[in-house]
Ligand binder design. Structure first.
Ligand code: UD1
Ligand code: CA
Length: 466
């Protein structure tokens, strides 16, 4: 049976107190609405999903366009019923199947639950099935009134509840599966709420019932999936749950996580088997980490790719970079903006690498800045080496051939090329090319004055300098 999905994401999100649209706030490394789309993939491909946008529509659409979903615009936030009506031109033509309606602010929803909802609706003769749960504190949610047969007859919004209705703890999750033909036939019958002026989709329960149809209830015992995010307090709660879920999923797939409650792993991150993640690590964006790696405590890795057997030592920052198998990075190292570290290379403490490649087996173990450089295989970069890549206007390249040895505290003024298997003496300032196999020295020659101290003392009678 055809299933289309409408995701309502046009609201203002007033209770977030934010300039940013609510559905664009992030939890677990994705925007709220991206999580909803992710769950909806369980029942429909993205081209069968319509996201209703309105508030900050361009920003929301820009964020979601790469996922392949379609969009409908709601010109004014006139309520959830009005928002759904905006999908009519895109979806009504396919009245044969089911229409699942989701809200863009329920990020904990799982694909399994939506599949169950689809199946329950498909096998029933009801006009719709809606997901409910029972909450200790139902405030803020619509309350669901059920008849003796267990069908929903009416949903009353929190604001409109009588004191007696307020005590009902069965709430509307905002997740529905409608028979599309009946939905489109009756959607226009919803009247604006006399107080708020909004068109509440929840009125469909009473309308369908009045028209002689049944609205079934699918009750979930565990309410956690259904948390709707209206405030930043709820946002933090969703974030915590999503991260715990991600850590658990990785552990079950063979990743050791020491202190899973302390790590921070975004939804799209992939980690290979037998990798060990130490406490307080953050793995962000679309990072991919190979098998048998060790990620040291406090490391932050964003949008980067690490091969198998890489050892990232504590307090290392890696962003938008690539590390090839068995390389060792850190502690306290920083790779950024397309640093590429070759196999078994080593980058040690207080070394910053930017837009540079370090060949296989190369080493830069202490205190260096390597920017805009191509560094060959097995090169040894001494402590304190600096590539002077910027002349105040433009960036320039440094090239270091395979097997070269750069002495400590060398200053390489780019553009410059250091030949293969050459040596640069410690403390040199190198401004000209060094041929293959040469030794380059670019520093003041040491002068030794024998007996200088005694002579100075004889002249002035001063005590010798200490
Ligand atoms: C809604 C339900 C409530 C349910 C709760 C579950 C209605 C009237 N109420 O309340 O019964 O218990 O969700 O979380 O549906 N939106 C639009 N256009 C609008 C208004 C809202 O697209 O004009 C979108 C919002 O972006 C949001 C979703 O619809 O993603 C829900 O809106 P929200 O204002 O959060 O509804 P609630 O008051 O939480
Ligand atoms: Ca809500």
């Amino acid at each position: 049976m055809n299933v289309n999905v409408a995701i309502l994401a046009a609201g203002l999100g007033t209770r977030m107190r934010s300039r940013r649209a609510k559905v664009l706030h992030r939890a677990g490394g994705l925007t709220l609405v991206e999580h909803v789309i992710e769950a909806a993939r369980g029942v429909a491909p993205p081209d069968r999903m319509v996201v209703v946008t309105g508030h900050q529509a361009e920003r929301v659409e820009r964020q979601l366009a790469p996922l392949g979903v379609r969009f409908a615009r709601q010109p004014q936030p006139r309520g959830t019923g009005d928002a759904l009506a905006c999908c009519r031109p895109l979806l009504e033509g396919e009245a044969g199947g089911l229409l699942m309606v989701l809200y863009g602010d329920t990020p904990l929803l799982s694909a399994a639950t939506l599949l169950r909802l689809r199946d329950e609706q498909a096998k029933s003769d009801a006009a719709a099935t809606l997901i409910t749960t029972t909450l200790d504190d139902p405030s803020g949610y619509g309350r669901v009134l059920v008849d003796s047969a267990g069908n929903a007859t009416m949903i009353v919004e929190d604001k409109a509840c009588t004191p007696e209705q307020k005590r009902i703890r069965v709430i509307n999750s905002g997740i529905y599966c409608f028979r599309a033909d009946l939905l489109w036939r009756y959607l226009g019958e919803i009247r604006p709420d006399p107080v708020s002026g909004e068109v509440y989709l929840t009125d469909m329960a009473a309308i369908l019932t009045a028209r002689g149809h049944r609205v079934r209830v699918m009750h979930l015992d565990d309410p956690r999936e259904l948390l709707g995010i209206n405030t930043r307090v709820e946002l933090a709660e969703a974030d915590r749950i999503l991260r715990a879920r991600k850590a658990r999923e990785l552990m079950l797939s063979g990743v050791t996580i020491e202190g899973p409650e302390t790590v921070w792993i975004d939804a799209r991150v992939r980690v290979g088997m037998d990798t060990v993640i130490e406490p307080s690590v953050r793995l962000l964006g679309d990072t991919e980490i190979g098998e048998d790696c060790r990620i040291g405590a406090g490391a932050i890795i964003e949008s980067s790719r690490l091969g198998a057997g890489v050892w990232v030592k504590p307090y290392t920052l890696i962003s938008e970079s690539t590390v090839e198998p068995r390389a060792e990075i850190g502690p306290f190292a920083r790779l950024r903006m397309d640093a590429q570290i070759g196999q078994e290379a080593r980058v040690g403490n207080f070394v910053e690498v930017k837009k540079s490649r370090l060949g296989a087996g190369a080493k830069s173990q202490h205190l260096a800045y390597l920017g805009d450089a191509r560094i060959g295989e097995r090169v040894n970069v001494g402590a304190g080496t600096i590539t002077c890549n910027y002349d105040g206007e433009r960036k320039h390249q440094t090239e270091i051939g395979d097997g070269a040895f750069i002495g400590s505290n060398a200053t390489l003024v780019a553009p410059v090329r250091i030949g293969e298997a050459s040596y640069v003496g410690a403390g040199s300032v190198i401004t000209e090319a060094v041929p293959d196999g040469a030794l380059a020295l670019g520093r003041g020659r040491q002068v030794v004055k024998q007996g200088w101290v005694a002579k100075k003392r004889g002249r002035s009678g001063d005590p010798p300098p200490e």
